[in-house]
Design a protein around this ligand. Sequence first.
Ligand SMILES: *Cc1c(COP(=O)(O)O)cnc(C)c1O
Length: 387
Amino acid sequence: MDISYIINELAEDRENYFNAVVPPIIQSSNFAFKTVDEMRHAFADEYATYLYSRGLNPTVDILRKKLAALDNADDCLVFNSGAAAIFAAVLANVKSGDHIVSVNKPYTWAQRMFNQILPRFGVTTSYIDGRDIENFERAILPNTTVIYLESPNSWDYAIQDLKAVAELAKAENIVTIADNSYCTPIYQKPLDFGIDLALQSATKYIGGHSDTVAGVLCGGKEMMGRIFNSEFMNIGSGLSPFNAWLIIRGLRTLPMRLERISQTTQQVVNYLKQHEKVEAVIFPFDENFPQYELARQQMQGACGLLTFIIKAHTVEEVETFCNSLQHILMAVSWGGHESLIIPRCSGIPSKNFNAQKTEHRMIRLYVGLEEPEYLIKDLERGFEKMN
Ligand SMILES: *Cc1c(COP(=O)(O)O)cnc(C)c1O
């Protein structure tokens, strides 16, 4: 399907709403029936009927159809957060006594679920370095039901060979779930590699304006129907019609924002790489990235998230750099219009800072929609203040 068609037309039945160019926000909790028989049909299959907006809602459906098409999926469910999409996807595929294989350092709240919630119900998780397929082979147990991936990982950008992992999992009857927040389906479609469920935080690139928290889960018809009728309805964290409308609006400009961000990021990477105060830049589309070839094979783009290691002897130097920036904001999240940094040392007490540890000198940078020169000037200001 043509991407312009998906983004501009698919699922928008304008004749049903006065030929308005922009779809209405159907802000209604419930939907009425004319006959008992109609109501009976709705009760029998809520996955196919507008009955109550915790289930299906017409504004939300427009978004679901577009996102499913972008991911080459049969269906999509949208959630109030990426974390809710992760929770529903995993919960739907484990029972007491089951085992999960996850890549190292998955998204914080995926990790919390694996470490704190699921063990209470007898579900255990093994973490592995997902860069080597043999680590998956070794970690799989007879009771493994889920392999959890995040490629690239949003902290260290470690990449998994999606096709190889999907083949291995299929042979063992294991469900594969991939967090695709880094690439979005514009730059990587996990289902095309044989992955069962692709998810992402739409808070990031799809929303794109740092004003909405949302999550996306895409997969095959049968799996999605099962998740809808249990976890989705029970957790009750489906996206609201208004937030769906905002995400549809974000979607209109997604490809061009990603293109622009990719270009700016390349310029910022080039700047950082030649800087005397920068030890290294970690970015999947940089030739020095250890998995560069796999990144190029699997991903059509890498967008704006990267990490650089600053040359510093003290925590004060790192802090001076960060505190001196005037335009790049210090904040969590990414994918919006605004550039952001998170210094790793903000996650540890400053007395524990050890300049020998490269992690302590890592700064995650998200490159937004500003002019490249504007960002580079701001970074230069930070480096100069360190002297
Ligand atoms: C932000 C993020 C999530 C969680 O999404 P929310 O919308 O914040 O719940 C999941 N995975 C990755 C990689 C993320 O960056």
